[in-house]
Design a protein around this ligand. Structure first.
Ligand code: ADP
Ligand code: MG
Length: 640
């Protein structure tokens, strides 16, 4: 006999109003379909073991269900699944003590491709349609999984005995699809699937390989799974199952401890460090999925690439990093998601267009935002401690998804140069305080920030001396982040400390103090006869001059640099566009004025020196600039 193919009357012949129409069902030749299944059903061969073990688990779930319904009697034996590697016989066997199969079931479910006994069981005993099968805990769905055994086997045998007491059966099928059923002997209820592994797939006869596949797919399956290898370790009296039958995500969040979350994380992700925080998701109807997400502690930025979300289906591992379930911008998260609404063998394109998957994804994002908000609100100290580690990712997520940004906008912290933190809203409130009654609504608030606290220390100290808080935004993502933030927060502007000194001035520009000769000297010093020079009286009279590069222009430059539209030398252009702010409140300014009429040479030297100082406070000097500054300084100290 050979494997039959299930055909469906409804599949074809829809248009029966046409005359002479003939109805029929598409039929498939086993000879043709078998090679297709072997090659194309699953891209990853490892999953055959997942499928066969899942069937064993389903058989046990059915048995338990029948017992609880009073349709079968439990025999007191513990439910278990044994995976046996027999290198000598070149077989891999999966054995269970589940429901077993009668001859009728064997021919019906095993000998007909795409007829799922799992589905029929759910419909019969759970009174649900396939779509509502999620609550049953049954893994099977499509009636295809069993055939994946042929991806690695030249022959598959089944020895099974049904709980009904029907005689045991032996089924043998070769990889061309022809099978034979005969009576057999088997002492106890259950099924053994014996796979005769082909020479090409001999790797599946290696214990280490089998263990690896079981660890990956079956670590959290609901019944004990034992690996028997025929090696010494089998003889140990108390053999342990390879899996955990009740993973932490199934427990109620209120019953889990921090320690349990951490232990689970260590185990699943092989990371000895504790995560920064965890999020336990327990979504009821209609989403009906569970999971635990972790924000890992990262050593370096590159570590982040290891983030991993493991997707499970009724405790069976399905895939890693399914971006349809967790958006790509949350790539650094680790965790497990168990989604019983998703069938086990689904394709990526199915996931993409699945409304349910989108809802799950949205829910996960919402939960992450909720967690951040609750940490910020209820556990501010802790939140500030981890902010340094999570900030880049939170900002990246905010930049990537406007909804995410809107959700967390009250919990985005600014790390200030004085090592304290403020939310953006707190910064805003502090800035408008005392500015009159309805200043809050009117005022556009400026967040002063530094992208390099060491290089920009001169500017920072001038701002902090005037009571301004300066935020440290020193990561690449910040260029995009501040632009996005200006769109999200109304009347908020980010200005780098070296972009505009207006806030530090005593008043408007001192037009009357503009001096053509001084401008000329500075232009000469800068080697730029178009250099903008402004005369401003700064509240701080120490710095004789400062360079300012307007925020918008510099952001554009940063952007060009990030996307490498400009070469390195072109990027240095920025200083050429800067404005030199001459501080008229500095005593050096008066000195320079005086020298103009008395000693032209000294005036030129002084203007050159002031310019170099302003350049140093602005950016790193290049070799020539540094040499020239040092030699000027040597001349100066000789005169002391
Ligand atoms: P699915 O699991 O999606 O229903 P499979 O091709 O994996 O499809 O299996 C087909 C059917 O064969 C199952 O639904 C079940 O009825 C039967 N079957 C497979 N393995 C076993 C087993 N170990 N014990 C009892 N029945 C089994
Ligand atoms: Mg199955």
């Amino acid at each position: 006999m050979s494997i039959e193919n299930k055909t469906d009357e409804n599949m074809t012949g829809e248009n029966s109003t046409e005359k002479n129409s003939r109805k029929g069902g598409i039929s498939v030749e086993t000879d043709h379909i078998f090679p297709i299944i072997k090659k194309w059903l699953y891209s990853d061969k490892d999953i055959f073991l997942r499928e066969i073990v899942s069937n064993a688990a389903d058989a046990i779930t059915k048995m338990k269900r029948l017992c609880s319904l009073g349709e079968a009697e439990a025999d007191g034996e513990g439910y278990k699944i044994i995976v046996r590697v027999d290198k000598a016989a070149r077989t891999l066997t999966v054995e269970d003590n589940g429901v077993g199969m009668t001859e009728d079931e064997l021919t019906r479910y095993i000998c007909q491709i795409a007829l799922s006994g799992a589905l029929e069981f759910i419909e019969k005993y759970e009174g649900k349609s396939a779509e509502g099968a999620a609550g049953s805990g049954i893994i099977g769905h499509f009636g295809l999984g069993f055939y994946s055994a042929f991806m690695v086997s030249e022959k598959v045998e089944i020895i099974t005995k049904s709980y009904t007491g029907a005689p045991a059966l032996h089924w043998v099928c070769s990889d061309n699809g022809s099978y034979e059923i005969s009576d057999s002997y088997r002492e106890s209820r259950g099924t053994s699937v014996i796979m005769h592994i082909t020479d090409e797939e001999a790797a599946y006869l290696e214990v280490s390989k089998v263990r690896e596949v079981l660890d990956k797919y079956c670590s959290f399956m609901p019944y004990d799974i034992y690996l028997e290898t025929g090696e010494d370790e089998d003889k140990k009296s108390e053999k342990k199952p390879i899996n955990t039958t009740s993973p932490l995500w199934l427990k109620r969040p209120s019953e889990c401890t921090e320690q349990e979350y951490n232990d689970f994380y260590h185990k699943v992700f092989n990371d000895f460090r504790d995560p920064l925080f965890s999020i336990h998701i327990n979504a009821d109807y209609p989403l009906n999925f569970k999971g635990i997400l972790y924000f890992p502690r990262l050593r370096t930025e590159f570590d982040s690439l290891e983030g991993k979300i493991k997707l499970y289906y009724n405790q069976v591992f399905v895939a890693d990093n399914v971006k349809e379930v967790v958006p790509e911008y949350l790539f650094m998260l680790r965790g497990v998601i168990d989604c019983p609404e998703l069938p086990l063998n689904v394709s990526r394109s199915y996931l993409q267009n699945n409304v349910y998957v989108n809802k799950v994804s949205t829910h996960i994002v919402k939960k992450i935002c909720d967690k951040l908000n609750s940490l910020c609100k209820n556990n501010r100290d802790e939140y500030e401690k981890i902010w340094g580690d999570i900030r880049v990712f939170v900002e990246f997520a905010s930049v990537s998804d406007r909804k995410f940004f809107d959700r967390v906008k009250d919990s985005l912290l600014l790390g200030l140069t004085d090592k304290t933190f403020m939310t953006i809203n707190e910064y805003r409130e502090a800035a408008v305080k005392g500015d009159g009654k309805d200043a809050k609504e009117k005022a556009e608030v400026t967040v002063y920030y530094t992208s390099d606290p060491a290089q920009q220390s001169q500017y920072i100290s001038m701002f902090t001396a005037q009571g301004y808080k300066v935020a440290v935004l020193d990561h690449l993502i910040d260029t995009q982040f501040i632009t996005a933030a200006e769109r999200v927060y109304e009347k908020l502007k980010f200005v780098r400390v070296d972009a505009d000194v207006s806030a530090l001035a005593s008043g408007a520009d001192e037009k009357d103090k503009e001096n053509k000769e001084i401008v000329g000297l500075f232009r000469k010093a800068a080697g730029n006869d178009k250099l903008n020079v402004r005369f401003v009286s700064l509240k701080d009279n120490r710095a004789p001059a400062l360079l300012n590069l307007p925020e918008d222009q510099r952001r554009m430059d940063d952007f060009m640099k990030q996307y490498s539209f400009v070469t390195k030398t072109e990027a240095g252009r920025s200083v050429a566009d800067a404005t030199l702010i001459v501080n008229t409140s500095s005593p050096v300014y008066e000195r320079l004025l005086g020298l103009l009429s008395t000693d032209e040479k000294k005036a030129e030297f002084l203007a050159g020196y002031i310019y170099k100082l302003s350049l140093m406070a602005h950016r790193r000097l290049d070799g020539e600039e540094l040499y020239s500054f040092l030699s000027d300084s040597y001349d100066l100290i000789c005169g002391i």
